[in-house]
Design a protein around this ligand. Structure first.
Ligand SMILES: Nc1ncnc2c1ncn2[C@@H]1O[C@H](COP(=O)(O)OP(=O)(O)O)[C@@H](O)[C@H]1O
Ligand SMILES: [Mg+2]
Length: 281
């Protein structure tokens, strides 16, 4: 039996852009039923101790190489974990999921980046190129299952899982980047400049760490919060402003780990922003 949740998720996959809510959106990969050659499952970096959001593969589609991130299923009510019960009641599960589910979080962040880079005619990029979202076909589901890929973190008896099991698998196609990032002060200055730009565009990355960069470009936007964002709107302004500083602290932390950046003045700038009451992303 196909549940209403599965039907709704199938309808979402047919849209030209996602997510269907106010704010930026990502377009579908033009070929909706591509033949995928699975070449290699990519290792997660050792530094990422948080649970993974999915699995990333090097794939070939129409003789081109890509990185394909296949996302785990996400329980909408989990999107509000940072809110008190009173505040959580004011935000719908659907909007919260569109803003927090790592799949939609990447769609929105990439949507914003693509619009801004295009509008400003910028040549230097912040993130790996993105070619759109893709909902996988049944045969791909079987291929993933054969590889032992499990996209459910929830127990089988979970109520949401029972309603949503059988929903299409969501994925995002990106440029595959082979080269590692060289963390020297020149490159890091450039990365910091781009990260500040991303923040000005209303995207807080929230997971700045060496493992989410390749060749100086961000490859993982699954934790990003892109404004307008229901969770940031649901909390007092000073709390949201604090969250908006996350990337600068994390960048600073990353440089400390790499033993560089003493001359980069990341945090004084952060203090300055904090004092600027009128600061808007
Ligand atoms: N575009 C890409 N090019 C090359 N490798 C990638 C790319 N995207 C992801 N990877 C590899 O896959 C790993 C996991 O990807 P990521 O998007 O960070 O997912 P998560 O952190 O949720 O597991 C990365 O640490 C990196 O090694
Ligand atoms: Mg990552």
């Amino acid at each position: 039996m196909v549940t209403e949740t599965v039907r709704a998720n199938r309808r979402l996959c047919l849209l030209d852009e996602l997510p269907p809510c106010i704010g930026p959106k990502l377009r579908a990969f033009p070929n909706r039923r591509p033949k995928i050659q699975w070449l290699q499952q990519l290792e997660r970096s050792p530094g990422s101790e948080l649970g993974s959001q999915g699995y990333v593969f090097r794939v070939k589609i129409d003789s081109r190489i890509y990185a394909l991130k296949v996302f785990k299923f996400f329980k909408p009510s989990d999107a509000k974990y940072l809110l008190s019960p009173v505040r959580a009641k004011k935000v719908s599960d659907e909007i919260a999921a569109f803003h927090v589910d790592p799949f939609y979080a990447e769609c929105r962040a990439y949507g914003r980046i693509q619009k801004q880079e295009e509008a400003k005619g910028l040549k230097s990029r912040i993130a790996a190129n993105c070619y759109g979202f893709l909902c996988l076909q049944k045969k791909h589901e079987l291929q993933l299952a054969e590889m032992g890929i499990d996209l459910w973190d929830l127990p089988e008896e979970d109520e949401y899982r029972q309603q949503a099991e059988g929903s299409p698998i969501r994925a995002i196609l990106k440029e595959y980047i082979e080269e590692e990032t060289e963390f020297n002060s020149q490159n890091c200055k450039e990365m910091l400049k781009k990260l500040r730009r991303l923040n000005r565009w209303g995207v807080v990355h929230r997971d700045i760490q060496a493992g989410n960069y390749k060749n100086g470009l961000l490859i993982d936007l699954g934790s990003a919060w892109t404004e307008p964002h229901c969770i940031m709107k649901a909390v007092p302004k000073d709390v949201a402003d604090g969250w908006r500083q996350t990337d600068m602290s994390q960048f600073d932390e990353m440089l400390k780990e790499k033993g560089i950046g003493k001359d980069m003045h990341i945090l004084p700038n952060l203090e300055y922003h904090k004092k600027l009451r009128s600061w808007k992303p």
